[in-house]
Design a protein around this ligand. Structure first.
Ligand code: C2E
Ligand code: MG
Ligand code: MG
Ligand code: MG
Length: 291
């Protein structure tokens, strides 16, 4: 399979093709050791459920603290991990860590919390992937309903391979979301074959939702289509109160974005959770007065 976001990030490697190749090899070599050296960690971005008014889920986003280069964002190493196959051990580490930390959070706060974990398509194609998910849920004690798996919409989705893989996962009781919806695929016909629960509207449609009628039309179309297909919608990249207002009044189920909270390391999620929920309460109270 092809790494989907590769093209967008070549700017990370400046210089000649040769230098670029050498830099990639060094980074790949470092990445091989990153797990055992404890250099990876997860940040959690809270999601606000607009119907329940609760922060009841969070997306797990991996980060790499490189000993020399400092913090490296996922788009600067996930494509490399996908090309080299390192995504398989990295993906396992992320899933296991996210489940473990979510259980710890639930025990501490005595509240349910669902965690959404991003998958690369290559992980889904691994033999026994659903068995690994099942074992991880059992080992960590996370309820299947508290795990959501996000697959990124892309040209490389092969229906024949993906549908059975997703069905096995669904049978465990986990939920499935399609990430970056609207950006990666030429046809939406897969929506009727894939056993999915959520569509995540890509942030590129949300950014100008209030001043670009085309973006607004697309978002409205996605919300209406999702309703007819009985799918729920998460809107990504909410940065302003106006964007929140818009999605609230157009019956979007969940939102995620810097306006509610940036992604936070586990300790910060524990410490700040109440303040984030309180901020969300204030916003929703304001919105309900205008509904
Ligand atoms: P994604 O799954 O679409 O995740 C959302 C991205 O949008 C995150 O970037 C998040 O920090 C960012 N974001 C959230 N709210 C806002 C906002 O209001 N404004 C802006 N400008 N950005 C916002 P991040 O953490 O850099 O992750 C980038 C991508 O890397 C993710 O996109 C996902 O595709 C991938 N990724 C992250 N963690 C993993 C992982 O564990 N496994 C795999 N396979 N991919 C991962
Ligand atoms: Mg995602
Ligand atoms: Mg993604
Ligand atoms: Mg996304």
């Amino acid at each position: 399979y092809e790494a989907t976001k590769k093209e967008e990030r070549v700017s990370f490697y400046t210089g000649s093709m040769q230098e670029e190749r050498a830099a990639r090899l060094v980074l790949e070599h470092d990445l091989k050791k990153a797990i055992e050296q404890g250099e990876l960690f997860i940040e959690y971005q809270p999601q606000l459920d607009l119907q329940q008014g609760a922060i009841s889920s969070a997306e797990a986003l991996v980060r790499w603290r490189h000993p020399k280069r400092g913090l490296i964002a996922p788009l600067d190493f996930i494509p490399l991990a996908e090309e080299s196959g390192l995504i398989v051990p990295i993906g396992k580490w992320v899933l296991e860590t996210a489940c473990t930390e979510t259980v710890r959070w639930q025990k501490k706060h005595r509240k349910p919390m669902r965690v959404a974990v991003n998958l690369s398509i290559g992980q889904l194609y691994e033999k026994d992937f659903s068995r690994f998910v099942k074992q991880t849920l059992e080992k960590t004690g996370l309820a299947p309903a508290h795990l959501q798996l996000e697959i990124t919409e892309s040209m490389t989705m092969n229906t024949k391979l993906i549908v059975p893989a997703l069905q096995e996962l669904k049978a465990l009781g986990v939920t499935i979301a399609v990430d970056d919806f609207g950006t990666g695929y030429s046809s939406i016909s897969y929506l009727k074959d894939f056993p999915i629960d959520y569509l995540k509207i890509d942030r590129s449609f949300i950014r100008n939702i209030l001043d670009n009628p085309d973006d607004e039309a697309l978002v409205k179309m996605i919300l209406s289509m999702a309703k007819h297909l009985k799918l729920k919608v998460v809107a990504e990249g909410i940065e302003t109160p106006e964007q929140l207002d818009y999605l609230f009044h157009n019956d979007c189920e969940k939102i995620q974005g810097y306006f509610i909270s940036r992604p936070l390391p586990y300790e910060a999620l524990e410490a700040d959770y109440q303040a984030i929920q309180q901020f969300a309460d204030e916003q929703l109270n304001r919105l309900k007065m205008t509904k």
